[in-house]
Design a protein around this ligand. Sequence first.
Ligand code: AMP
Ligand code: GLY
Length: 427
Amino acid sequence: MNILLIGGGGREHAMAWKMAKSHHCDNLYIAPGNPGTASIGTNVAIDSNDFASLKQFAIDNTIDMIVVGPEEPLVKGIYDFFAKDESTQHINVIGPSAEAAQLEGSKAYSKHFMQKHHIPTAGYAEFTLDNYEDGIPYIKAHSLPIVLKADGLAAGKGVIIAETHADALVSFEEMIQNKQFGDASSKVVIEEFLKGIEVSVFALTDGKNYQIIGHAKDYKRIGVGDTGLNTGGMGCVSPVPFMDEAFMAKVEKQIIAPTIQGLAQENLIYKGFVFFGLMNCGGEPYVIEYNCRLGDPETEVILPRLQTDLVSLLAATDNGTLEDVNIEYYEGSFATVMAVSAGYPGNYPKNLKITGIETANALPQIQVFQAGTGFDGEQVVTKGGRVLTVTSQGNDLQDAVQKAKTALTNIHFEGMYFRNDIGFEFK
Ligand code: AMP
Ligand code: GLY
């Protein structure tokens, strides 16, 4: 099978690494990829949102399957673009239709969906310029803290947790009146704050059936002890100790099964990954958000843990055999620790030389996944805030984290920072 993978971050490096292990994978192309994926397949210099060029490339290279990493092309309709065109409709595009991708692309859409299908989530209301005045007394009467969310995609920045009514009112005005997040915040969802521990659960669906393919806990704050600014994710562990059989059974019965049934009932075309962002509130699972893709850096632990062949699994979404697939995991625990640029998630320098990736990668049970890296001639340099992540397998969670941190001592770039306490609450 010839596969075109779309995206160029750590998630896509991990997806490419996993797919390349499959004997069903013939040629693997990554658009645009990064220096990490360049050592696995062929990088193609096409932007993830340039559908016309991707189509031409897919035809010229007899692509059988397109796997979409990031959310933006999905929300912009890449599935529909290929499905509607006679010359490309034979290609198995892994990702939901644009309509179904609204589960991630619009917070209000996903809230309606959850309410309609009785899926546990925080109570909410939605506001636009039209009912802006109603929002003010609503906020003043709301319990604290108050969660405000820009309805649309805002590059992971559209959620504000206000500790006071005054702060919430300022954010509300900023979002709706001053378009803080552009069109994404022309509608705002205001919801209850859920107190608990977050966990990300991943499923693959064909729109009717599903398989759970893993879960992980992501450490989102920049600072040790979950302090400081939010980031795209500083590290992950999998499996998570509290995700025992009893809790997983609740997640499946109350959340995953009704979500997939909801997709089927509403005739939404959805052949791809579903990312359930959950909160464990005293033993009861609630949905914080849906994403229509895999997580980053969650992918960098769930795919190394997954023993099942990923290419066969993806192909099963297209030939009606998803129900029959056997999901198997490797033994032990997995951890990934993200190395970031100095200053991230604020401003940071770029084009700094990175050394030691090969040395770290050669260590047993270690895999380095590159995220914000690029080539400067032959040399690999920093290009983003989250630069690379080191994944390890250990006998238990703490062993895995320790191995990843030890491997990271081989890797250097100026100002490199990583959290040294990933998995801290499970000691
Ligand atoms: P999102 O952009 O939807 O992933 O939200 C970013 C982060 O905000 C989440 O990962 C949570 O940590 C937090 N968050 C979002 N909604 C809530 C909520 N209702 N209660 C508590 N925390 C929340
Ligand atoms: N790690 C969170 C996300 O991918 O959205």
